[in-house]
Design a protein around this ligand. Structure first.
Ligand code: F3S
Length: 287
């Protein structure tokens, strides 16, 4: 049995960096005996969050919760947070380790600087996403989140306003261009900074390419992970024998087509490397 493992399977650069940061801090805390908190789960993967918990890391869901927590270190996850959240944590006396993805940090800086220069901010993205809420919180001026064509068409502001448009990092590139085109027709003084990160796109392109060249495709990721569901959809379009699994345990139930000779494997952005390796090894043993 041949196996083709996607090189982009699993964590992107920013998520890996954030998860590694927590493990490094755990090591340090052993010597210094400090408390470690993450502001929100560091990643949407139960196994990883449980493992961190078992090593003493506490997940904080709100700033108020910190009032009842002994002093320690708060780790900011890759999505980033708003400036006021950052300041509040600091004022409460906690040390901050900022694991915001550098690509997201760059958007914070752009929004902060441009709003300081008198630009109103438009964020193309999903207004409830934590990354977008964080970006919004770095603007010093009016900020509007636009997520679809209707919102772009309805957008109005002062004719002499200066606008700076940025994007949520995981936003669809084609959709971003379409929305920018609609905004551009309104004749405002507008600058557009494309802040879409390629990691998601590259993972999807590679998944499609592998799925189209194998007999069976395995997609690994949490059942509720929207980016894994998307990967599954893409792979199913290319390969009729596509399976969605969460861990190597699920391989027990899996049956291959009798003609299957080549298996492809990819994984969503929050699937840890050890789970991917385990699946790869067990596929070799089982089939
Ligand atoms: Fe990941 Fe950072 Fe891109 S978190 S998806 S590498 S913006």
């Amino acid at each position: 049995m041949d196996i083709k493992l996607a090189s982009t399977a699993g964590f992107c650069f920013g998520v890996k960096r954030a998860v590694d940061t927590v493990y490094t801090e755990i090591e340090k805390s052993r010597e210094e005996n400090t408390n470690i908190y993450t502001f929100g789960p560091i990643i949407h993967n139960e196994q990883v969050v449980e493992d961190l918990k078992s090593q003493g890391v506490k997940v904080i869901e709100s700033l108020e919760e910190l009032n009842d927590c002994p002093q320690g270190t708060v780790i900011i996850r890759s999505h980033g947070v708003s400036k006021s959240e950052y300041d509040t944590i600091s004022k409460k006396g906690f040390e901050i380790i900022d694991a915001t993805c550098p690509f997201v940090k760059k958007i914070h800086n752009t929004v902060f600087e441009k709003s300081k220069d008198g630009y109103d901010i438009i964020i193309i993205g999903n207004e409830n996403h934590p990354e977008v809420l964080g970006i919004k919180g770095w603007s010093l001026r009016k900020t509007t989140v636009i997520g679809n064509e209707e919102e772009a068409s309805d957008f109005v502001c002062e004719k002499d306003a200066k606008l700076c448009v940025v994007s949520q990092t995981t936003f669809n590139y084609k959709k971003f261009n379409k929305l920018v085109e609609i905004l551009g027709k309104k004749l405002y003084d507008i600058i557009v900074v494309n802040t879409i990160c390629n990691a998601t796109n590259e993972r999807q392109l590679e998944a499609r390419q592998i799925a189209s060249s194998v007999d069976t495709m395995i997609v690994i990721g949490g059942k509720t992970s929207s980016n894994t569901q998307k990967l599954y959809e893409i792979c199913s379009e290319e390969c009729i024998d596509t399976h969605y699994i969460q861990t190597s345990e699920d391989l027990k139930e899996m049956k291959l087509l009798p003609s299957s000779k080549v298996i492809g494997i990819t994984a969503g952005a929050s699937t840890p490397k050890n789970i991917i390796e385990e699946v790869q090894n067990n596929v070799r043993i089982k089939f």
